[in-house]
Design a binder for this molecule. Structure first.
Ligand SMILES: [Zn+2]
Length: 298
């Protein structure tokens, strides 16, 4: 019975489709063709999206010799006057060339955050790295792809970037570039009373931030806890070099953009919180790379 029903349904659908086609042909020939083309393009791009998502960690190494710096900061980096990224971040200077970050932080890893949904029947709605939106025009639907990327060295430096383009690959490249321009120093430590190990595996104190309705609280955790947090935020924290954390999230956390932004702001709040020297030693507050700070403390 079920099969028969399906068959009849299919037949009906086909009939409807044919009717529509006929109507469109009768009305005008041009627009019908144009309307069909973008749909095909979308079908193709769906496959492409999967391929682009697969190669999540491309070897992003710029050729330093071929790079001609345009800004004063870039020139200083190229000539070797600036050898540490802290010199830039501590002074609050703005990085306008992504190659600067490539030179100063050679061991960067990248990841894409799932902000989009897949389209189609049979459930669809699966999380995808690309958010696909469309603009209606006379020529048909014009798709656009947005993606959010994280970039970090798993040792105290992390950046987030948004990229939009008409195709997936340029959107991803833009996101990586923007992420490099948004690099920030992450404060780490061990603020858990259960642990007290004085290594920067967690965060030194609670951090709280809000974006839209999403409120996020990061809580220090002892060694071996792992990242007990929403998936996309876990990606950010992992690339920042935080290994153990507990969390609390309130609001519409399915709005991924807001969740990601709240997480970023919470990380920034960690750094902007002012702590006296005594507490710093107690909670072993570290900023940036653990190796460099270890030397400084000793
Ligand atoms: Zn600890």
């Amino acid at each position: 019975m079920a099969k028969k029903k399906e068959e009849t349904k299919e037949i009906k659908k086909e009939e409807i489709m044919q009717e529509q086609e006929v109507k469109e042909e009768v009305e005008t020939e041009g627009p019908a063709v144009a309307a069909a083309a973008p749909d095909e393009a979308n079908m193709l791009s769906e496959k492409e999206i999967k391929e682009v998502e697969k190669e999540k960690r491309p070897a992003q190494k710029t050729n330093v010799d071929a790079w001609i710096p345009k800004t004063a900061l870039g020139k200083k980096v190229k000539t070797g006057e600036i050898t540490n990224i802290d010199q830039i971040l501590d002074e609050g200077k703005k990085v306008l060339e992504y190659q600067i970050v490539d030179v100063l932080l050679p061991t960067l890893e990248t990841d894409l955050l799932m902000i989009g949904q897949s389209k189609g029947k049979f459930g669809g709605g699966k999380r995808r790295a690309f958010r696909q939106t469309q603009k209606k025009t006379k020529e048909g639907n014009k798709p656009k792809f947005t993606t959010y990327s994280v970039i970090g060295n798993k040792d105290g430096y992390v950046g987030l970037g948004l990229g939009k383009a008409k195709e997936t690959v340029p959107a991803r490249e833009k996101a990586f570039r923007n992420a490099k321009l948004n690099m920030m120093k992450v404060t780490r430590g061990c603020g858990s009373w259960e642990c007290n190990c004085k290594t920067p595996h967690s965060i030194p104190y609670k951090a709280h931030a809000k974006c839209g309705s999403v409120e996020i609280t990061l809580i220090p955790a002892p060694k071996g806890t792992g990242l007990c947090i929403e998936k996309e935020c876990a990606k950010i924290l992992a690339l920042a070099g935080i290994k153990d954390v507990w969390s609390k999230i309130i609001g519409q956390s399915n709005t991924k953009m807001n969740t990601i932004k709240a997480c970023e702001m919470a990380l920034k709040n960690l750094t902007t919180t002012r702590v006296n020297q005594e507490t710093k030693v107690k909670l072993s507050v570290w900023q940036g790379s653990s190796a460099k700070t270890a030397e400084a403390v000793e």
